[in-house]
Design a protein around this ligand. Structure first.
Ligand SMILES: Cc1ncc(COP(=O)(O)O)c(C=O)c1O
Length: 448
């Protein structure tokens, strides 16, 4: 009997294959080749970069139900490189190729200073596009990020955490390495050959060097021999590079707005380079100026004070209690103590800021695993604590919508944020009750 209307695909397939006359072996091979040729490739994405973006928007059920407000997270951890940074890395490389600064399969190398996520994204795309990658990172970030980078074939250099004014800070070293790449034939800096090895670029942040000794700057950059054949060194500079902002203003922001049907009351995000909060924040404000944009800032970062009091200053800085030079927290990827071009694009549109403690971020991560089966990284947990605090501060409980970014997954954080022994030694409690308290029902209006 034929399967009934509404039968499952497997029932229909079983029925069809039982009824079809058997195909002889040789013919079966030819048939499948023929069918393969007909498979509609419209459904296939073009390589690994085709998997970047268009991430789902996820309702965080436990928090939404407890607050009476829709808490939505953009699942950026589903990008192929495992984080929101895939969008930025792709845009930086695309823009460099479009501007005639980089050309695939010329032996060119991309340099970046990063706490890890952007490096992993660059290394992934570099492989797919025919570049090499050198990633400079502080030596106190979670070990698993280094392992991924090495597996992707990137050259990894780990340096002592240092202040941005120090030549040995990881971003400064990345810039220097890119600069020196164009002097491949020099033995050391004092011996460097004096020739025009830096390519002028329209943006003053990225730095491009060439190994060629014949650079004709007046040529069409995409036509000249030097561009077509000679290896270049490219410093991507996510902190200052405008492509970072554009990836979010033209990508993440519009996607989020469409997925939420234009119904967003607030957008919450942390800031590492500032690209996400600047790009998405500016986009949602351009669609509706009443959307509240709020910053989630970890301990030791100066941004909270910058937003609230106009000065980039964190109390811990003066106490000499810092565990890290970048920001004093177990949270990785967000928090910063200097103004970058991308942060400057964000500051005018940030309405509110929340200081999130390590204990709160850890508590949120454990709470979400327990109630939602969601295994998230530290910056996502920070963002969600700030969502809850914002909802409480606004007194919302009637189905308003708060959107945020789920930047990466817990599997990038086993050695620190998801390591209870490490946290115990760092005196950071692991106590989901901290979140339960934040979620306690509000007292009736008259008694508040
Ligand atoms: C895991 C993670 N989350 C969030 C961020 C912050 O994003 P943005 O640099 O856009 O401010 C970063 C930045 O490196 C990150 O690595």
């Amino acid at each position: 009997m034929a399967p009934a209307l509404g039968s499952s695909d497997s029932e229909l397939f079983k029925f069809a294959s039982e009824r079809a006359p058997p195909i002889p072996q040789r013919k079966r091979e030819r048939t499948s080749l023929f069918l393969n040729a007909l498979v509609p490739s419209a459904f296939a994405v073009l390589g690994v970069t085709g998997l970047i973006g268009n991430t789902p928007l996820l309702r965080i059920n436990s928090l939404s139900d407890a607050l009476g407000v829709e808490i939505l997270g953009k699942a950026e951890f589903l990008n192929p490189g495992g984080s929101v940074k895939d969008r930025v890395a792709l845009r930086m490389i695309d823009d460099a190729e479009r501007l005639g600064l980089l050309r695939p399969y010329t032996g060119s190398r991309i340099f970046e200073g990063t706490v890890g996520s952007t490096g992993i994204s660059i290394a992934t795309i570099a492989r797919a596009r025919g570049y090499d990658a050198t990633i400079i990172m502080p030596d106190d970030v979670a070990e698993e990020k280094v392992k991924v980078l090495q597996a992707l074939g990137a050259e990894v250099e780990r340096v002592r955490p240092a202040s941005i004014v120090d030549k040995k800070q990881y971003v400064n070293i990345a810039r220097q390495r890119a600069k020196n790449f164009g002097r491949l034939d020099s033995i050391d800096e004092s011996n460097a050959i004096n020739r025009p090895h830096l390519i002028p670029s329209s943006t003053d942040s990225v730095l491009v060097s060439t190994t060629s000794s014949h650079v004709q700057f007046e040529d069409d950059p995409k036509e000249n021999e030097e561009f077509l054949t000679k290896p270049r060194g490219y410093f991507a500079d996510q902190f200052e590079n405008r492509s970072n902002f554009d990836a979010h203003f033209e990508g993440t922001g519009p996607e989020l707005w469409r997925q939420a049907n234009g119904r967003i009351h607030a957008f919450v995000s942390g800031a590492g380079t500032g690209g996400t909060i600047a790009g998405v924040g500016q986009y949602v404000k351009s669609m509706n100026e009443n959307v509240v944009v709020a910053l989630a800032d970890p301990e030791g970062s100066g941004l909270f004070n910058k937003v609230k009091h106009g000065v980039m200053y964190d109390r811990k800085e003066s106490e000499g209690t810092k565990r890290r030079h970048q920001v004093d927290t177990v949270v990785e990827g967000i928090g910063i103590n200097r103004l970058t071009k991308n942060i400057e694009l964000a500051l005018p549109i940030i309405d509110d800021a929340f200081r999130i403690t390590d204990a709160e971020a850890v508590a949120m991560s454990r709470y979400l695993v327990k109630h939602d089966g969601l295994f998230l990284g530290s910056s996502s947990a920070c963002n969600l604590v700030a969502c809850v605090k914002l909802v409480r501060r606004m007194g919302w409980s009637e189905g308003q919508t708060v959107a945020t970014i789920l930047c990466d997954s817990g599997n990038r954080h086993y050695s620190k944020f998801w390591n209870d022994d490490y946290l115990r030694k760092a005196n950071i409690p692991v106590n989901p009750a901290i979140v339960e308290e934040l979620l306690l029902p509000l007292p009736p209006l008259e008694s508040r």
